[in-house]
Design a protein around this ligand. Structure first.
Ligand code: MN3
Length: 315
């Protein structure tokens, strides 16, 4: 079972200038072969299919626990795409012809889709779960290395601040998972893959958007994403960090987390409606009838700068 927390793993900037073409590129990190849906589903299926787990517990715990963190990564990629699309239709849909992925506007309500940067749907063909532990771990190391390559390229291609914040965070966290699988293989086979770090050959510490995460130790920390389970990850995630030499750390519980942004309605694409105020009135009445306090108890991020264009004409 998955316990869900309504928090984001990192802070993303509030919506600024919309960037539909950039949002289409960021989709590679969602539904591409090396995107976050792939890491999530590879580790999820490998953990579902894991046999003899009681005797091989440290390796099972490692794969299952990393799968849980990947759920939060697809959430962050979606949040970034949604933020970059916010405001894009403020002048109607006509100016968007030929901009980015038309499905963001025609199929969805200016929201992330489970597709890659050319709009090809994510597929279960990207999942590798052979049942052979060494083979699966080798695959996972390769997957994290490819994912790191993809994040670096999206970082270079898309200068939007939300995309930069996202890739900075994911490069650091993906680096931790890359180390975890390299260390697991090393302990299992004696092959020291960590001598090949960093792979690809760009040091995360040189990237400005990675620095705040490195400063708080996120680059050497594996969080245990469960109240009581996956305790045996400590048997594998240990020893020196391959690049910095610092001791690797397992921290109990998820990282601190940040309140998500409450993105404004995009009425041109009916998200959540052409007249969101009517639905808000119904929700207000239902909340009152349910005895809930007048203000939602859930926390969202403080509002960012308001865009002048958001005062669009009502039809
Ligand atoms: Mn990831």
């Amino acid at each position: 079972m998955i316990l869900r927390l309504d928090k984001w793993g990192t802070l993303l900037p509030p919506p600024s200038d919309p960037d539909p073409a950039g949002a289409a590129a960021v989709q590679e990190l969602m539904g591409g072969r090396f995107g976050e849906m792939s890491t999530l589903m590879n580790y999820t299926f490998q953990s579902f299919n894991f046999r003899d787990k009681q005797r091989l517990r440290p390796f099972y715990d490692l794969i299952a626990n990393i799968a849980a963190e990947e759920y939060g990564h697809i959430e962050l990629v979606a949040a970034t795409i949604n933020s970059m699309l916010t405001g894009a239709s403020d002048k109607g849909l006509a100016p968007l012809k030929g901009e980015g992925n038309p499905h963001h506007f025609l199929k969805g309500g200016q929201g992330a889709l489970p597709v890659d940067s050319i709009g090809a749907p994510w597929t279960g063909d990207y999942v590798f779960s052979s049942g052979d532990l060494v083979e699966d771990l080798t695959h996972n190391y390769f997957l994290e290395t490819g994912a790191r390559n993809g994040k670096l390229k999206v970082y270079e291609m898309v200068e939007h601040p939300a995309a930069r914040a996202l890739t900075g965070y994911l490069l650091v966290r993906g680096g931790v998972h890359q180390i975890a699988y390299a260390r697991a293989l090393e302990l299992l086979t004696g092959v020291d893959i960590s001598k090949g770090f960093p792979a690809p050959r760009i040091e995360t510490s040189k990237i400005p958007e990675c620095k705040p995460h490195i400063k708080v130790g996120s680059h050497k920390t594996l969080y245990r994403f469960s109240p009581d389970d996956y305790k045996e990850i400590v048997a594998v995630f240990k020893g020196p960090h391959p690049e910095t030499g610092e001791e690797l750390v397992v921290e109990d519980g998820p990282p601190e987390g940040f309140p998500p942004q409450d993105l404004p309605p995009q009425e041109e694409v009916f998200a959540p409606d052409r007249s969101p105020n009517e639905i808000a009135e119904i929700a207000k009445r239902l909340r009152k009838e349910a005895g809930l306090p007048s203000k939602p108890e859930a926390e969202v991020a403080p509002k960012g700068r308001k865009k002048a264009a958001s005062k669009r004409k009502k039809r």
